[in-house]
Design a protein around this ligand. Structure first.
Ligand SMILES: NC(=O)c1ccc[n+]([C@@H]2O[C@H](COP(=O)([O-])OP(=O)(O)OC[C@H]3O[C@@H](n4cnc5c(N)ncnc54)[C@H](O)[C@@H]3O)[C@@H](O)[C@H]2O)c1
Length: 353
């Protein structure tokens, strides 16, 4: 009998892995509080596989953990539940820390109190743990210029002068989060690793780039920029793009992410720490343009607006994921955005309703 617990299992990524998990494990429970910012209604999401039991509750609730673990001992825990608004986390730091950090420790305390040691944890960490990451000058010297200051952004100095951003790589890029959200995701990594090492379990960590695709919440204004672009383009509007539109991102398709998480959940490896992206960076304006072209909307326009805490560039290498998880991304941005638009147009299964 193998049991899998997925915290945040009714969300975008949780629903996308639910069918495969239901086939792989004897019993799967999704623990999710159906957060109103993510879920339009408190109904069970239609995209959650029928064979997954949904337990509605909050990961910070000690009593809930007690009753759940009394009847269900997970062999594998996939820890997805989180407050995920990067910009929001600057003004709602306590809420982010409470769910992401205390929620994680509550789960671990509840497991320890009952002597339950899952074989494996999988953590969906984030590119946000790197902050601005490493940059390189023309002589090849690598530095960590840190966070862009408000005065830099106000004067529209978007890049660090004379430097070029390097792609993130989990075994070489230092972690220097520039958002509260990123700091809490890094804390989750350290907490899970420390617990797993102490109790003879393992913590496989995947650091996700920007995930998008069918099933994403269309009602959450704090996440999912590609779905926002697609909705604006569908309305025939010119998409407004921040800064100078040249921020680089690595948009990775939900099905590729689902395969990576499943691989991390079922591998015999105990030391996975890998970046999950496409390995290809694209500027935000070009992403907006793909959506505009699909719907025949006018070209996107640059607004020079900015958000504190947004990093300038974020992309990753996928070599570690290939080596550790035998995983490769399969969907290009063009194909993925087309699939997302098709899903938006046809109103298929959703995680947010
Ligand atoms: N989607 C991305 O681009 C992305 C990128 C990097 C990392 N991640 C990480 O992946 C994980 C899942 O992301 P997602 O895109 O599926 O997000 P999502 O918001 O769709 O799903 C998160 C789920 O967690 C639930 N949840 C939130 N707070 C909870 C709480 N206190 N108790 C119980 N459940 C709670 C929500 O109801 C939601 O169903 C998160 O940990 C996030 O940090 C996502």
């Amino acid at each position: 009998m193998t049991n899998c617990l997925v915290t945040g299992g009714a969300g975008f990524i949780g629903c996308a892995i639910s069918s495969a998990l239901a086939q792989q494990f004897d019993k799967v429970i999704a623990l999710d509080n159906l957060h109103p910012q993510v879920h339009k209604t408190s109904e069970r999401p239609s995209a959650l596989d029928d064979n997954v039991e949904l337990v509605v509750g909050d990961i910070t609730d000690q009593a809930l953990w007690g009753s759940l673990l009394a009847r269900f001992q997970p062999d594998v825990v996939i820890h997805l539940a989180a407050e995920t608004g990067t910009g929001q986390s600057l003004t709602e730091a306590t809420r982010h820390a409470h769910v992401n950090v205390t929620g994680t420790t509550r789960m671990l305390d509840a497991l320890a109190a009952r002597g339950i040691v899952p074989t494996r944890f999988v953590l969906s960490s984030s590119r946000a743990v790197y902050g601005e990451g490493a940059w390189c000058d023309s002589n090849g010297n690598v530095s960590y210029p840190g966070q862009r200051s408000d005065s830099m952004l106000e004067s529209q100095t978007w890049d660090f002068p004379g430097l070029q951003a390097l792609p993130f790589c989990a075994d070489t890029t230092q972690t220097k989060p520039t958002s509260i959200y990123g700091a809490t995701k890094l804390a989750q990594e350290h907490i899970l690793k420390a617990w797993a090492l102490s109790f003879g379990s393992s913590a496989n960590i995947v650091r996700l780039q920007n995930v998008y695709g069918p099933g994403q919440s269309l009602s959450n204004p704090y996440t999912g920029i590609v779905s926002l672009f697609a909705r604006l383009a569908k309305e025939g509007r010119s998409i407004p793009v921040y800064e100078d539109g040249k921020m680089l991102r690595d948009f990775v398709f939900i099905e590729d992410v689902a395969r990576a998480i499943l691989a991390a959940a079922t591998t015999v490896r105990t030391d996975v720490l890998a970046d999950i992206g496409t390995g290809v960076s694209t500027n935000i304006w070009s992403i907006a343009r793909i959506a505009a072209q699909i719907y025949g909307a006018p070209d996107p326009h640059v607004t020079s607006q900015y958000r504190n805490g947004d990093v300038r560039h974020a992309a990753c290498k996928v070599d570690l994921a290939a080596e550790q998880l035998n995983w490769k991304p399969e969907t290009s941005a063009e194909d993925g955005i087309r699939l997302l638009c098709h899903w938006i147009d046809n109103g298929n299964k959703r995680a947010d309703a």
